[in-house]
Write a protein that binds this ligand. Structure first.
Ligand code: ADP
Ligand code: MN
Ligand code: MN
Ligand code: MN
Length: 345
């Protein structure tokens, strides 16, 4: 038997953006544990905005497990928060009720800022660095400094070793701003891996004295880009059948449901979706081929391939909850008839 360090990780009850929380328990197993071997565990919900002090216990229910590459015999255990009965989802547990479909694929592009001493990494103590331009995908100390690349590389290694489908990295448009991409099949799988990748990034940067700023417009109304979490999505129907009439019906449904999407695409998004800095205004839905100023960008490959493939919703922001974002996309897709529409047109 081996003693495993199980890090139970969950989302707390803070609004509008939950924080990641985690605590460790040691359990003995003969081999790396399966999900079914991981017990329920309780925590003090009165300290996480999930319960009152006089009846404080909430229950953690493991829903996904990954090796923890930063610990010997470690496991990262993604959990849902349940009521004390262990079966009723807590009101803060969004994952329990989202739509899922293994044929729906999601690629999330997480943008964020490194922050140190209350400002983006690489910003001078007063004023601003040289304007945006050379930072996006940049190289060299003057563009990316001396520590950011070390962190993003370490984060990549941690994610891959944990079995998280990290797909890439790039330095972003603002100084101190970076992006990584996570791809998954099914909304729960993709979103679990995004939350776990966020956890690993925040835990990793502790030792550097650096925080991750996920706010979508940390520098306010300036000429510095905000941070998004573009959601690339495709269903099996979109990939295998598609067609222009179906695509147009889909876009009409996205237009009609604009507020349902904006409501779960992350807080303060009006600060970011202004129509400037490669965004579309938050209150007007649009789409366009290769258009990075549209709500939904239609890749060239999609249009050239008979309107088949994936689409990029550029509106979700860096603080958005991938569970709710993926679920709302699936909800709107579910409102559009497939075969019938394609044939009628
Ligand atoms: P860009 O910065 O040009 O918008 P990225 O390369 O950062 O694009 O991100 C593209 C994302 O699209 C990746 O996360 C990738 O996994 C995802 N993606 C590619 N094909 C599909 C697909 N068929 N369905 C869903 N997502 C996809
Ligand atoms: Mn990208
Ligand atoms: Mn980007
Ligand atoms: Mn993108």
């Amino acid at each position: 038997m081996t003693k495993y360090k199980l890090e139970y990780i969950w989302l707390d009850g803070y609004t509008p953006v939950p924080n990641l929380r985690g605590k460790t328990q040691i359990k003995e197993y003969s081999a790396f544990p399966d999900l079914e071997q991981l017990p329920l565990w309780s925590f003090d919900g009165s300290s996480t905005m999930q319960a009152e002090g006089h009846s404080s216990d909430c229950v953690l229910k493991p829903v996904a497990v990954y090796p923890d590459p930063a610990r010997t015999n470690g496991a990262l255990v993604m959990c849902e928060v349940m009521m004390p009965d262990g079966v009723t989802p807590h009101s803060t547990n969004k994952r329990a009720t989202i739509l899922d479909d293994p044929g729906a694929w999601f690629g999330f592009e997480q943008e964020y800022f490194f922050y140190k001493d209350g400002r983006p990494l690489g910003f001078p103590t007063a004023g601003y660095p040289a304007p945006q331009g050379p930072y996006y995908t940049g190289v060299g100390y003057k563009n990316v400094g001396d520590v950011a690349r070390k962190i993003v590389e370490e984060h990549l290694e941690l994610c891959l070793a944990a079995g998280i489908n990290h797909e890439g990295i790039n330095a972003e448009v603002a100084k101190g701003q970076w992006e990584f991409q996570i791809f998954g099949k099914g909304s729960k799988k993709a979103a679990d891996e995004m939350w776990m990748a966020r956890y690993l990034l925040e835990r990793l940067t502790e030792k550097y004295g650096i925080d991750i700023e996920y706010h979508c417009k940390p520098l306010g109304d300036t000429d510095w880009n905000g941070s998004g979490m573009h959601a690339n999505f495709s269903t099996s129907y979109m990939r295998e059948v598609g067609g222009k009439p179906y695509f147009e019906a889909l876009m009409a449904a996205f237009d009609k449901n604009i507020m349902d999407h904006i409501n779960v695409y992350g807080p303060d998004n009006h600060m970011r979706l202004t129509g400037k800095h490669e965004t579309a205004p938050w209150n007007k839905f649009s789409y366009g081929v290769a258009d990075r100023g549209a709500s939904i960008r239609v890749p060239h490959s999609f249009a050239n391939n008979g309107y088949k493939g994936y689409l990029e919703d550029r509106r979700p922001n860096s603080q958005g909850d991938p569970y709710q974002i993926a679920s709302q996309i699936l909800k709107t897709i579910s409102e559009v008839p497939t075969g019938a529409v394609a044939k009628a047109a």
